[in-house]
Design a protein around this ligand. Structure first.
Ligand SMILES: [Zn+2]
Length: 131
């Protein structure tokens, strides 16, 4: 963990997926960096993502040496957030339920560090009452 990303992990622990927005060129990006990766401006502010997006591409890993079998298969995906940001992440779902274009939403997995949570995605379930 670096000072640059500390705020990101801290907000993740609060259930917030934080993106960075460049005030110079308007680029919204993940993960947090002090300089805009496009124009290298340091005029960057944080903003919260809606946490929803769709699967842009994905791959399924069924065996990883040394990986707990309970956590397999592992779906590794590029999720394109509604903000237009693509992030590499895990989708916690049966691989049969994941396809390109599947709507997903962020959830957070706690770690042993109390201030750190890892953002992962789960498919958005249809048919729930829309409050
Ligand atoms: Zn920029």
């Amino acid at each position: 963990m670096t000072p640059e990303t500390r705020e990101f992990w801290a907000s993740a622990a609060d259930g917030d997926l934080s993106l960075s927005e460049c005030q110079n060129c308007g680029l919204v990006y993940y993960y947090p960096r002090a300089l805009c990766p496009d124009c290298f401006s340091d005029d960057v502010t944080g903003r919260s993502a809606t946490g929803e997006g769709e699967v842009y591409s994905y791959s399924v890993t069924r065996t990883i040496s040394g990986w707990p079998e309970d956590d397999l298969p592992l779906v590794v995906a590029y999720v394109e957030l509604d903000e237009g940001v693509r992030m590499m992440t895990n989708v916690h779902a049966d691989p049969d339920d994941v396809a390109v274009g599947t709507r997903v939403e962020v959830t957070f997995v706690d770690t042993e560090e109390p201030d750190v949570a890892i953002p992962v995605f789960v498919p958005v379930t249809d048919g729930e009452s829309d409050g």
